[in-house]
Design a protein around this ligand. Structure first.
Ligand code: COA
Length: 259
């Protein structure tokens, strides 16, 4: 069975590369399935604290959903294909660890949508991001019409989706589509450095923080605030809360238990 997803571990950091460079890492159903299973697996792995998602090769993060597969799909199959992308996005949102996109080149269509489903996006200065679906007679189907306007506002999302034009990394940074742009040769190191900074914190606190931040986009303010208050109670029950506060008072580095 071909493996389109490569996982490397560096201590508690999982580096996941979509590995189909000949097709610029385009997402077919097999890749979507493997990626969902990988994220699910990493979510449950106690020894993993953060995940970096990137594309194999030096040209593309992901150049979109696989057009060569989609061309032959019926309406119902198109719907199932979109559902597979939806499930992947849901799995990434539900993952109790931060997922950082290291955008190493083209992030088009499903690739831009995959980056949107991550928690943090770092782009190479060679990255190009876009939602070009209208160029091939379709619309975004892996969450782009919903996540893109939430991140960059309706105006920019409309321009990107209606024109299909890709934007460069600097523009993506300016409109908030990526957190920052770094030189291509430093992309992975910079993304790892950010991930390692997160790995220094209490895993329990990070997991609860992610759940709260995710709820911010999905709940009305009052419900979100209730959720945060409840999560604050939960974090108050952890050994890490005690350890973090004692370490501050005793002027030393905390040793997290992750509980
Ligand atoms: N689906 C399937 N195959 C894809 C693909 C996609 N989304 N994107 C690229 N590929 C394949 C190409 O067909 C080509 O395969 P081939 O060598 O068998 O012909 C290979 O990847 C390399 O791509 P190519 O187009 O030759 O590279 P390029 O440098 O000329 O152009 C892009 C790069 C990204 C601009 C161009 O590939 C492109 O526009 N891709 C489609 C982007 C898109 O519309 N995505 C959204 C889909 S919903």
């Amino acid at each position: 069975m071909p493996s389109f997803v490569r996982v490397e571990m560096e201590d508690r950091l999982a580096i996941v590369a979509i590995n189909r460079p000949d097709a610029l890492n385009a997402l077919n159903s097999a890749v979507l399935r493997e990626l969902s299973m990988t994220i699910e697996h990493l979510s449950m792995a106690a020894d993993v604290g953060a995940i970096i998602l990137t594309g194999a090769g030096d040209r593309a993060f992901v150049a979109g959903a696989d057009i060569k597969e989609m061309v032959g799909l019926s309406a119902l199959e198109m719907r199932s294909f979109s559902e597979a992308g939806r499930r992947l996005g849901d799995t990434m949102a539900a993952c109790n660890k931060p997922i950082l996109a290291a955008i190493n080149g083209y992030a088009l269509g499903g690739g831009c949508e995959l980056a949107l489903a991550c928690d943090i996006r770092i782009a190479s200065d060679r990255a190009k991001l876009g939602q070009p679906e209208v160029n091939i007679g379709i619309i975004p189907g892996f969450g782009g019409s919903q996540r893109l306007p939430r991140l960059v506002g309706l105006g920019w999302a409309s321009e990107m989706v209606y024109t299909g034009d890709a934007i460069d990394a600097a523009t993506a940074e300016r409109i908030g589509l990526v957190n920052r742009v770094v030189p291509a040769e430093r992309l992975l190191e910079e993304t790892k450095a950010l991930a390692r900074k997160i790995l220094e914190k209490s895993p329990a606190a990070i997991a609860l923080a992610k759940a709260c931040l995710r709820s911010a986009l999905e709940m009305p303010l009052a419900a979100g605030l209730d959720f945060e208050t409840a999560a604050f109670g939960v974090v108050g029950s952890t050994k890490d809360k005690e350890e973090g506060m004692r370490a501050f008072i005793e002027k030393r580095k905390p040793t997290w238990k992750g509980a």
